[in-house]
Design a binder for this molecule. Structure first.
Ligand code: GLA
Length: 682
């Protein structure tokens, strides 16, 4: 994704200004004062200062308090809160509460509630209960945005706008249906074009009138994957259209303030490349599950994705938990030190904000057991002590804000690929795009080789190695871009299930992967998913090594490509499994099977080593190291994700800004320990 230069510069100025006003990192969280009496607001402001809080997100779910009945706006309580915060030096990230259309609005227009594919409707009582295509919902949300923009534009506490909350609800209702039809008409010049793009001759679905085109509501059985792909695109576009309309209102009132919305981890419904381009910064809600040993690796992937979405611009942790969440079957609290570690992990990967959901743990409502910066038990708690320690530490690190990191490896993460891969009607129905990407990302994470994520439209010229994991859908331009990249000297690694379909989700003929067949110098005759979870085949590497593969294999033929590994057992025994092709001045590796971790490691390691890519540091497993640079200085952040002390060799020394000690050579990090090293000038 390429973001217009002028827009990028303006956004960066807004962020720079905001961080200058905050004095460095943004630190704080969602604040819901309407749940508490006014005395608590005063106590909150005092405790926020104690905890080092400089920014709170206000009003995310406050529509029914801001507009208690139609057209009657009440901002008096909010003025009071904002005044108290301002007097105490705390900035406000003010939300547009469009995620919670109030009961009176639903009473008037029940069809605002989104319809599910089966025609049933969600009831009132949760949130995100709206069809963004509903004209009254949109008009009312925009009117409130206008009022808030007008009223608070000059407020001295206002630092940033937070539009909506976790956009994502899909609707199949009548308003979405109408909007989808309009979207389709705009995209396709004629019904013939539409019929061709959606392959409607299959199962006799030819359209002869635009009015016959509808959202893909619950079909009797399987339904058209091209139509459903367009519905994904429409859903993301229609929510984005709502976001940008609200953003434009706010921009008019406050041209110098950043405007963001909060993204989610591995969120499929919205194409975050398109969304990020419309914001001033990317903001993420991240809730790694403490029950999962590798939750920090999936978090790392999401952090790198967020850093990449706006081309390496600093981003924000908009929400995280201090302890437990409340939405899972078992809500395990973070171990002592883990919240701090996760916060520095985000910082190491480019975040300039550490914010939580939420400031004060609610005593009622759905999330009354969700942890917060202040727990039910009060401030004499481990959590408040950890929150305060981190807040005070971050105050001492303003020099890191605005610094950036670079990567010379790119991994493709693309929403079209995600949607198309998981639409079903393919050789397996359990395909999981993020899991496929994670499998490749993990290697680079463990090796401490930083990666950028790119979509299939990004310019690849600055990368030494590009990896395409399960990049199922490649349009002609994308296929050409990857081909040119290799011809020009780049190194490409392509996994199975890449380049299989075109932008309409129709198969590229003549051997898989049709889009990349020339560049990989090999072709696949037939896909052979393996039936049982435990089913494995052996692999024999050309150098005598062995390995195994499961889940996915292919009947591959090498043409110009050299064979790096062959299937050693099963029905494909003797056929190539992994190949490398010299093409132009570069090379392309094709991996036709889901390799065991060791085999994938050896193939990927060889590629980045051959490309002269260097890890940040060589470190034992569980140690993550990232460098951020700026203002003529380099900052090396070293994180111990292990629950045991772990030694690291630091070739170059520097000052650990957290302990103010000079460190260098062999250093031992305690469990979950962190170093933020300002490196000695070279
Ligand atoms: C999301 C929401 C928050 C809160 C948290 C709980 O991120 O945006 O309002 O519900 O989940 O984890």
């Amino acid at each position: 994704m390429t973001i217009d230069k002028q827009h990028r510069r303006a956004a960066e100025e807004r962020l720079k200004h905001m961080h200058q006003q905050l004095g460095g990192f943004a630190y704080g969280g969602d604040y819901n004062p309407e749940q508490w009496p006014r005395e608590t607001w005063l106590e909150d402001a005092r405790l926020m200062q104690e905890a080092g809080v400089n920014l709170v997100t206000l009003g995310v779910f406050s529509w029914s308090r801001m507009e208690p009945s139609e057209g009657l706006y009440d901002f008096a309580w909010l003025d009071d809160v904002m005044g108290i915060l301002h007097e105490n030096g705390i900035g406000v990230d003010l939300a547009i509460p469009d995620a919670v259309p109030p009961a009176w609005l639903i009473q008037q227009h029940p069809d605002i509630l989104p319809e599910l594919a089966d025609g049933s409707t969600f009831g009132f009582g949760s949130r995100q209960h709206c069809d963004v295509s509903h004209p009254v919902y949109r008009a009312k949300a925009l009117a409130l945005t206008e009022r808030l923009g007008e009223h608070y534009a000059e407020h001295p506490a206002l630092r940033m706008w937070h539009v909506g909350n976790e956009y994502g609800p899909v609707s199949y209702g009548p308003w979405a249906d109408k909007a989808f039809r309009e979207w389709v008409r705009e995209k396709y010049a004629s019904l013939d074009e539409l019929n061709a793009a959606w392959s409607t001759d299959v199962w006799g679905q030819v359209y002869s009138d635009w009015e016959q085109v509808h959202v893909p509501a619950q079909p009797r059985t399987w339904s058209n994957p091209s139509r459903r792909l367009d519905f994904h695109r429409f859903t993301s576009d229609s929510m984005l259209r709502h976001f940008t309309a609200e953003r434009d209102v706010l921009r008019r009132h406050t041209p110098d303030l950043p405007i963001v919305t909060n993204f989610m981890r591995f969120f499929k419904n919205n194409d975050y490349w398109a969304w990020a381009a419309e914001e001033d910064a990317v903001a993420l809600d991240i809730y790694p599950d403490p029950r999962e040993d590798e939750a920090h690796i999936a978090a790392a992937l999401n952090f790198d994705l967020m850093r990449s979405l706006r081309g390496n611009q600093p981003w924000m942790v908009m929400e995280q938990a201090t302890g437990a969440v409340s939405q899972w079957s078992v809500n395990v609290s973070k171990l002592p030190g883990k919240m701090r570690l996760g916060s520095y992990q985000a910082i190491a990967q480019g975040s300039d904000a550490i914010l939580f959901f939420q400031w004060r743990q609610a005593k009622g409502g759905t999330e009354r057991f969700h942890s917060a910066m202040i727990s039910h038990a009060g401030t004499n708690t481990r959590i408040f002590r950890e929150v305060t320690q981190l807040g005070q530490e971050l105050k001492n690190l303003p020099q890191l804000v605005g610094t950036r990191s670079t990567a010379s490896v790119a991994v493709v993460f693309d929403w079209d690929c995600w949607w198309a891969l998981e639409l079903g009607n393919s050789p397996r129905s359990d395909l999981n795009y993020p899991a496929e990407v994670l499998r490749y990302y993990k290697h680079f994470f463990h090796a401490n080789v930083p990666v950028d994520f790119v979509d299939t439209k990004t310019d690849l010229s600055s990368y030494d190695l590009v990896v395409l994991p399960a990049s199922f859908l490649l349009g002609d331009e994308a296929a050409q871009r990857f081909t040119d990249y290799v011809a020009g000297g780049g190194r490409l690694v392509v996994s199975y299930l890449s380049g299989i379909v075109d932008e309409n989700n129709t198969i590229r003929l003549g051997g898989y992967p049709g889009a990349l067949r020339t560049v990989i110098g090999a072709w696949s005759e037939e896909m052979h998913p393996l039936a049982g979870d435990a089913e494995q085949v052996k692999l024999s590497f050309a150098d005598g090594g062995t390995g195994s593969a499961g889940y996915w294999t292919e009947h591959l033929h090498a043409e110009e490509a050299e064979v790096l590994a062959s299937y050693g057992s099963g029905r494909l025994a003797g056929f190539p499994a992994v190949t490398r092709n010299r093409f132009g001045d570069g090379s392309a590796v094709y991996i036709s099977a889901r390799l065991d971790e060791g085999s994938l490691d050896r193939i990927l390691r060889e590629e980045w080593q051959q490309a002269d890519v260097e890890p940040v540091i060589d470190a034992p497993r569980g140690i993550q190291a990232r460098r951020r640079s700026g203002g003529g200085r380099d900052y090396l952040l070293v994180l111990n994700h292990n629950d045991a002390p772990t030694g690291v060799d630091l070739a170059d020394g520097g000052t650990d800004l957290l302990s103010a000690q000079h460190v260098g050579g062999r250093v031992e990090l305690p469990p979950y320990g962190v170093l933020v090293i300002e490196e000695d000038p070279k």
